[in-house]
Design a protein around this ligand. Sequence first.
Ligand SMILES: [Fe+2]
Length: 374
Amino acid sequence: MALINYLTSVQFDFGALTLLPAELKRLGISRPFLVTDKGVRAAGLLDRVTGVLGDELAPAIHDDTPANPTEDAALKAAEAFKAAGCDGLVALGGGSAIDLAKAVALIATHPGPLQQYAAVEGGVSRIGPVAPLIAIPTTAGTGSEVGRAAVIIMQSGRKLGLLSPHLLPELAICDPELTLGLPPMLTAATGMDAISHCVETFLAPAVNPPAEAIALDGLSRAISHIERATKDGSDRDARWNMMMAAMEGAMAFQKGLGAVHALSHPLGALPQRPHHGTLNAILLPAVLRFNRPSVGAKWARLNAVLGLPEDGDAAGFFAALNSRLGLPTGFTAMGISREDLAPIPAQALKDHCHATNPRLASEDDYRGMLEESL
Ligand SMILES: [Fe+2]
């Protein structure tokens, strides 16, 4: 059985940001709550948005998004949302700001505690309509602007996915102009997140050929443009294509992700708070080597997109791409030790992405993949 649906509306192109006031009005939002972070503010992107909104739609601004969003941060932001009398949200930033805004939209309309809504706690059916949200990504990676998930570090310390069609933003405004100033390392790391989405969801076993076609198109764009965007941030064509690849990766991953994300979610909750995209970049080669025996003819299709022979080494391709991009070659370079990794395999087994990996991984298998990525 295949359930296939595409629900998000997207305004996509250079200059799309100028549509924000009209889109807020269309959604009936008169007092927006704008969730962002201090980096986005410092980069001047918040000023651009407030400039477009003018006095009539002046937002309440919350720029306290942590690098990996937490339940505490979401509760604090939800308080501010209520105190300011807001009737909708605008998320401006990378995956963290967008996921935090989704959690705020949920908390503002649902009773606590938040963890009961996590997918692994059976929370999907507990989530009903939430406050309306427009997502404006400032990175090209997460795709959270068209995704139905928010990944939050709960008060329990677990990094869990909230999953529901109700968490899809009402609209994504994808304006590549906003990514022109993204620094090289963030461009590379967030771009590898998009690549990992395309690869993982293509290989996930659910029946959804349209999602696979979208994922392969996204992968093709990303591998041809990630190095250009990283080397020259002002390359508009490369930025446009990376933003499209990120959007496509997340549109497609309704089909499910896999072991890369089952591992990077608990890793992201480590005290070092390592960057999600960088973790995925490091994990992708080892996970592909593990998955290869179970993906059948998809291995050749993946290799075709990468420009490799049918039985080529896709894992090696991504390892080489990581080094050309200047990303860390392993966890050690990110300040993560073997001791840090000890609890991760058991947590990966409980992650919502575990079940959709093409080859069922045991705790020992996960340990092996982590060891290879050290
Ligand atoms: Fe991701």
